[in-house]
Design a protein around this ligand. Structure first.
Ligand code: SF4
Ligand code: FES
Length: 230
């Protein structure tokens, strides 16, 4: 999960960028083209817009590839009150909230507010998505058969990738189907990340049958990262 973080500075606000976690050219370049332009160098120029606008657009980045730090005393990045997980059709899980990635033995690996988690099994940057679902033509409509609504609770959501197995979720969360018509409230779940479950998004132990492994070897060489160079 190691990655190089690029920093783009301005007087009022700095923007950081983790290219390995960027999987689509959408919210940033569309939201603020004067700041985020893949054809310019540097591709991110936070001084080209008011800091509040930069912060707002960075906050829309669904993968957490972008973050900001204010130098002008402006408000730090907000943490969503409710932990939400959206199933992306044929793609990853988009997670927002107060989230920690942990090892199964409980050590905190990273603290997150926005992230895209692999659920096709092929990412070379597990547990994060790296767009490999496109290469392997992963298919899942992002539907939820279970509909369980409850009053939203605030608190920490921990996500622990079980070695060669599912994502273990602990803490209050709201899981949404792609069309947002169905939601499932839970405080504990095992979500499939091998791509093979017949009960997606939940794990049904198919990972054992198909011999799912965390190992990245043999996958990384085929990846064409969507990188925005300096
Ligand atoms: S930085 Fe974030 S918002 Fe911009 S293209 Fe990458 S994933 Fe999308
Ligand atoms: S991780 Fe996919 S079925 Fe268990």
């Amino acid at each position: 999960m190691t990655s190089k973080i690029h920093r783009y500075m301005s007087e009022a606000i700095d923007v950081t960028f983790d290219a390995k976690r960027c999987i689509h050219a959408a919210e940033c370049v569309r939201g603020l083209p004067a700041v985020f332009d893949r054809n310019k160098r540097p591709w991110a120029q936070p001084g080209n817009a008011p800091a509040d606008d930069v912060a707002m657009v960075v906050g829309r980045c669904p993968t957490g590839a972008l973050h900001f730090e204010r130098n002008d005393g402006g408000e730090a990045e907000p943490i969503a009150g409710e932990n939400t997980i959206k199933l992306v059709e044929d793609g990853p899980l988009y997670v927002r909230g107060n989230v920690e990635i942990r090892t199964v033995s409980g050590e905190t690996v990273s603290k997150e507010t926005r992230l895209a988690l692999c659920r096709c099994g092929a990412s070379a940057n597990k547990p994060y998505c790296d767009n490999s679902h496109l290469r392997i033509e992963f298919q899942d409509a992002g539907k939820l058969s279970a509909n369980r609504k409850a009053v939203a609770e605030q608190g920490l959501l921990t996500v622990a990738p079980l070695p060669n197995g599912p994502l273990l979720l602990r803490g209050s969360f709201e899981l949404y189907s792609t069309d947002r018509q169905t939601s499932y409230h839970g405080t504990k779940a095992e979500l499939c990340r091998c791509g093979g479950s017949r009960n997606k998004p939940f794990c049904d132990m198919t990972h054992r049958r198909i011999g799912f492994t965390d190992a990245d070897e043999g996958i990384a060489a085929n990846i064409q990262p969507l990188e925005f160079p300096n």
